[in-house]
Design a protein around this ligand. Structure first.
Ligand code: B12
Ligand code: SF4
Length: 512
């Protein structure tokens, strides 16, 4: 599939930068190690066009290496080591991926180090992260180009321009560049309509065995030889905290079921993989395509999970049963809130809690492990809405719950709302977006309240499930809250009583 059409004498290194901790917290071991599909896909199209590509996944290549860079903690390869590898490969172009806005600093430091090592190397930065900062990023002397959003087409176009030494970039879709001291920004207009035109990601450029050896997925795994896979791009919805539309647009585009099954079959034969982790925004968006994929997987003797979240409204009992028969062992349900009002009017997620209950019941029947994603602290939420989210998470009794405090990433509508309404805490800066407490203060809550509410929930969960020593837990709470402990204990008791009341008297009707 990935035959090289002709060798062009241009060498390209594609880089996932090391992980940097902007909040100065301690980076722990257990960082996820998954093949970065963005650079894998870009490398595949680069090779197809005839360029010689190599990849550096700095997180995995330097896995476990933690060092200090200024006020930051960094996990992965040292910046100097990345530059050394680029020089060793004799690269003409480097393509640095930055899909997390909180990793922009790391991408820029990587670029700077390479530029210092050899200023003739052209540096391209891509991924969603620079979006709110295009101007600030492109004026850096060590950044030559930024490519906006979905990147394959523009990337190849730009490589061809560089190879042919053409200096006219105005036709490259979504390209930002400098020309005679001025910043030029081409509009992003083109998105790949037929995803099957894309070659499979260039897995052969990665040390795949190392990923298996590290074995840390996002979410759950059942087997060690797992691989992440993406079957579609985009989501038609527009939840206020989500960045998906900025990368893929709102138009959903999908690989055919045949392409997906062929890709998985290739991974089984070439790397003996035993498990697939789908990273789509919405794997089951098209019911028939999803059913065709699952029917195909039944023949393949592998397990699979959808750890990135699956759209609850697209599931029904029949599909869930088919998922189970095809090897599904785990689903992440993006539930978000225990309040229908918050879902519909604030987050703007088209999901009915009524539907959630039927989906969870069927998953339990089928013994599919469910992990709930929840978010608290949206502008417009009341304290009751927030407690309802905790109550729902406990009422559902899922295998795992992940409750996050809303983080308004620049570029999202949530960020704009917080700016407009002055909801950012006084000392807000972008580094706050890495804090556990979140940076939003509204008429209804403060970050401290959210943090405490989350603590209470976590405490009650562990206390009941006996996962930690109970005395230790109580001691931690006392240490943390000192005199406020009375208030904490009062909230806990109230919460437990309410849960009991819902379980005995109201059931699902309480939430719907
Ligand atoms: C898998 C995944 C992860 C994985 C790791 C991903 C990785 N390293 O590759 C893990 C589990 C670690 C993860 C963690 C988090 N994630 Co995440 N993750 C994803 C997910 C679901 C899929 C990524 C993927 O494989 N996409 C497929 C490939 C093909 O796309 P891509 O990498 O984006 O690359 C394309 C373009 O971006 C562009 N491109 C990318 N790099 C480059 C470089 C160049 C030079 C060019 C030209 C183009 C280019 O072209 C590529 C091909 O079209 C995306 C959602 C999504 N569907 O994309 C969210 C997403 C990237 N994650 C997101 C978030 C918020 C997080 C977390 C902050 C969540 C949290 N609260 O903990 C953390 C942050 C971790 C951190 N490092 O700080 C947001 C990013 C928002 C933002 N602006 O920062 C996304 C977009 C989800 C969303 N819908 O909002 N995530
Ligand atoms: S449904 Fe999921 S992917 Fe789609 S906009 Fe909402 S959060 Fe983003």
């Amino acid at each position: 599939m990935e035959t090289i059409s002709l060798k062009k004498q241009m060498r390209v290194t594609l880089i996932q930068p090391p992980l940097i901790d902007v909040a100065g917290k301690k980076i722990a071991y257990g960082i996820e190690a998954e093949v970065p599909l963005g650079i894998a896909s870009l490398a595949a199209v680069g090779e197809k066009e005839g360029y010689q590509c190599e990849v550096i996944d700095s997180i995995v290549a330097g896995y476990g290496n933690i060092y200090q860079y200024g006020k930051y903690q960094v996990f992965g390869l040292r910046f100097g080591e990345i530059a050394r590898r680029v020089l060793e490969f004799n690269s003409n172009v480097v393509a640095i991926s930055c899909i997390f806005f909180n990793q922009l600093e790391s991408a820029l430091k990587t670029a700077e180090e390479i530029w210092q090592a050899n200023p003739d190397i052209k540096v391209i930065i891509g991924g969603i992260a620079p979006k709110p900062y295009y101007e600030e990023v492109i004026i850096k002397p060590y950044v030559d180009f930024i490519i906006k959003a979905e990147g394959e087409t523009a990337f190849v176009h730009l490589l061809n321009k560089l190879y042919q030494k053409e200096g006219d970039f105005h036709q490259v879709d979504g390209l930002i560049y400098k020309e005679n001291g001025q910043i030029k920004s081409n509009p992003k207009e083109y998105y790949i309509e037929n995803l099957d035109e894309l070659p499979l990601p260039a897995y052969h450029l990665f040390d795949i065995e190392k990923y298996f050896k590290i074995g840390v997925p996002f979410g759950c795994k059942k087997k060690n030889r797992f691989m992440n896979f993406i079957t579609s791009r985009g989501c038609p919805f527009d939840c206020i905290f989500c960045a998906a539309r900025d990368i893929w647009s709102r138009k959903v585009r999908m690989h055919s079921s045949e392409y997906v099954l062929r890709g998985i079959d290739f991974l089984i034969k070439k790397y003996n993989i035993e498990e697939i982790h789908f990273s789509d925004e919405n794997l089951t968006y098209d019911y028939d395509r999803a059913a065709a994929i699952f029917n195909g997987l039944k023949e393949m003797d592998i397990t699979w999970g959808a750890n990135n979240g699956i759209m609850i409204s697209s599931l029904d009992d029949k599909l869930i049963r088919l998922m189970r028969e095809s090897g599904c062992f785990s689903l992440s349900l993006a539930i978000e809130s225990g309040s229908q009002r918050v879902l519909s009017e604030i987050i703007k997620k088209p999901m009915l809690l009524k539907k959630l209950f039927s989906v969870v019941k069927e998953c339990k029947k089928c013994k599919i492990l469910c992990r709930g994603f929840f978010v608290i602290g949206m502008p417009g939420e009341t304290k009751k809405d927030i407690w309802d989210t905790f109550l729902l998470s406990r009422y559902l009794n899922l295998e795992q719950n992940e409750i996050q405090i809303a983080l308004p990433y620049p570029g999202t509508r949530l960020y704009d709302i917080c700016r407009e309404k002055n909801y950012f805490s006084k000392d807000f800066n972008l580094e706050c977006l890495n804090n556990d407490g979140g940076p939003i203060t509204t008429e209804a809550f403060t970050p401290d309240f959210l943090y405490m509410a989350k603590d209470i929930d976590r405490f009650m969960f562990y206390f009941r499930n006996g996962k930690k020593r109970k005395l230790g837990l109580i001691r931690d709470l006392f240490r943390k809250y000192k005199l406020k402990i009375i208030c904490v204990i009062y909230c806990m008791l109230k919460f437990e009583l309410k849960l009991l009341y819902i379980r005995i008297a109201r059931g699902e009707r309480y939430f719907c």
